[in-house]
Unconditional design. Structure first.
Length: 323
């Protein structure tokens, strides 16, 4: 086995988009997005006899006092989603080597598999990516998908259809409408969205990778959503809805219409990208109404390189979160 720098977009996307283990957060496109909004990235891999068996896209993120850390979202990715001891040791050793050159304190990562004990200090931390999600199997026909939904969800979809709401695809030219709906939802549901520049940069990504949809009625937008289409999976990323006309059930129709589009486009899975009954009770109840299989990931971890500075970082973060 040998370490490589991955410079071929198709090679990377074919690997991290592998069937049943598709990870858009490790895709070439998402790396370009993160490089634009966050910092420097590295794409490294492990090859065995010319075949990629492990890949990790890491991004350098800045901290106060001139410090920094690496982040590897939903990675490293292993062939067939299974841990490989030799490849795993090689990839983590290579990341440590790069971290040393970059004066990085720790690696933060949220793997999709449970890792065995490693020869590093690894500590559980607050989740970056949701530890739990719901995934629909799009191999089922539309009737079966509807039957597996909660009765109330199915009713709301039918109600919205009767109100002659329609789905509309859009791009960056509709950013203001998207932001208005997202901002209304953030205020109503009490969450903090990313900054405007973050979403604008996301809409600069290829239109076959990131799609923006609205549900409208009489030329008025009632709900919106940003979705990733990568590998075999369509993923719901961000969305919002108007505070008025909520009786028209536009968010329910938005999800159903995009699910149908993903199915028609040959995608095998639809990922709701995060549920948590304690943190997001309303959103979780909404998503669970569509059925699907609950998937539980191990969570987010910090692999610590500099224990002293890491403790200072944790103390500062705790103080900031107390305000």
């Amino acid at each position: 086995m040998k370490i490589i720098n991955i410079t071929n977009k198709e090679q990377l996307n074919n690997f991290v988009g592998q069937e049943k283990n598709s990870q858009f957060l490790q895709s070439w496109e998402w790396g370009e997005f993160q490089e634009k909004v966050s910092g420097i990235i590295w794409r490294i891999g492990i090859e065995d006899r010319g075949k990629l068996v492990c890949a990790a896209k890491i991004i350098k993120k800045s901290l106060p006092m001139g410090k920094s850390y690496f982040y590897c979202g939903r990675g490293p990715v292993f062939l067939n989603g299974a841990w490989d001891k030799e490849a795993g040791n090689l990839i983590f050793n290579e990341i440590k080597k790069i971290a040393g050159n970059e004066m990085v304190m720790f690696l933060r990562f949220d793997p999709t598999i449970t890792l065995p004990p490693l020869n590093y200090i690894i500590k559980k931390t607050l989740d970056v990516q949701p530890a739990n999600t719901l995934i629909l199997n799009l191999a089922k026909n539309e009737d079966d998908l509807l039957k597996e939904m909660h009765q109330k969800t199915r009713y709301n979809i039918r109600l919205a259809e009767k109100k002659e709401l329609k789905i509309t695809a859009a791009g960056k030219e509709r950013f203001d409408e998207f932001w208005q709906l997202l901002d209304q939802t953030a205020g109503r549901d009490k969450f903090r969205p990313h900054g405007i520049s973050y979403y604008k940069a996301m809409l600069d990504l290829p239109s076959d990778f990131i799609k923006l949809f609205f549900i409208e009625s009489k030329k008025k937008f009632l709900a919106c959503g940003l979705f990733s289409f990568f590998g075999d999976t369509a993923t719901y990323l961000h969305g919002g809805s108007a505070s008025e006309s909520r009786n028209l059930m536009a968010p329910f129709l938005l999800q159903w219409e995009v699910i149908k589009k993903a199915k028609a486009g040959g995608f095998k899975f639809y990922d709701f990208h995060g549920i948590d009954e304690k943190k997001w009770p309303g959103v979780t109840r909404f998503k669970k109404g569509f059925g699907g299989e609950e998937i539980n990931y191990p969570g987010t971890f910090d692999l610590v390189y500099d224990e002293g500075w890491y403790q200072v970082y944790k103390m500062i973060r705790k103080i900031r979160r107390s305000f």
